[in-house]
Design a protein around this ligand. Sequence first.
Ligand SMILES: *Cc1c(COP(=O)(O)O)cnc(C)c1O
Length: 348
Amino acid sequence: MNPVDLRSDTVTQPTPAMREAMNAAPLGDDVLEGDPTVRALEAKVAGLLGKPAALFTASGTMANLLALLSQTHRGDEIVCDDQAHVYYYEAAGYAAVAGLSIRFAPADRGIIAPDAVLGAIRPGDQHFPTTRLVVIENTHNRAGGAPWALEQVRAVGAAARERGLRLHIDGARLWNACAATGVSPRDYAANADSVSVCFSKGLGCPVGSALVADEATIALARRRRKMLGGAMRQAGGLAAAAIHALDHHRQRLTEDHRRAAMLAERLSAIKGITVDRSRVVTNMVYFAVAPSLGTAAEFCQRLALSLRVLPTGPQTIRAVLHLHIDDEAVERSARAVAEAAQMSAAKT
Ligand SMILES: *Cc1c(COP(=O)(O)O)cnc(C)c1O
């Protein structure tokens, strides 16, 4: 039997219905006259998020980078928390490509308070870089998939606006946040100037993200996307997958959340494994292995034939639920961890 793959919600394969939608998509050259399906997706995403315009991108990293390139100047500074994806996992594109520095705002499980934003803003003096943009992440990946409450986003948005800063929401998993809190994408986005959203995570598409914002920002982002080599031609097949996923895969995200809670419950019963179940709110389960069971990397290796998960720290491991995982796969995963824990304990 193949191992259960909980490394990420990016490991999904397109469903048969999604493949059909991809095959049926009308195509054009999206750099010349436009690809009709890409344009349809961009209009749909802009509408869902209540913004005037959207841009289809190859990845979430590219959508975030374009948010920076279209709303900042070289030498500016952005504010985010020190676990933010844009800082932690994007190969320092903010510095190497966009020429920005970063100032960290203290955060509690990925949530930045308005005072923390205000405290991170540089004085308007020639010694300092100009603070231009605040980036928040919803849900927050390294904080365990924590969603923001609408009120928290509103407060940060107000603080940023009051000081003339822009707010970008890295919403790679905004769909999960919406499924967990019941807040609409539009209500979250109303507090931000730009939002990036991802189709290749919980929604199950093979490729793609989008950046949404006002017309001028998206027009500039479109030029920068070309500069980065990210302007795609007959990309409508990929866009069709995203349209299909928006229509059919958003509602089911609550199932991933239910199964994440179920996995957390099973894991918390295993000796040597600790999991803070109060933090399991969306589709991610972070758990710790006791040093007596080895390091996280060793433990993942031991699991690999039955369960694939990724170490995220010396003793911490991440499991992510997604659309190929049913209840039975959750039970198998928990059994795999229990067996690996027993094996490890026996060895030491
Ligand atoms: C995955 C992720 C991204 C980047 O997405 P890629 O498509 O992998 O480049 C950005 N932000 C967050 C919070 C993510 O989890």
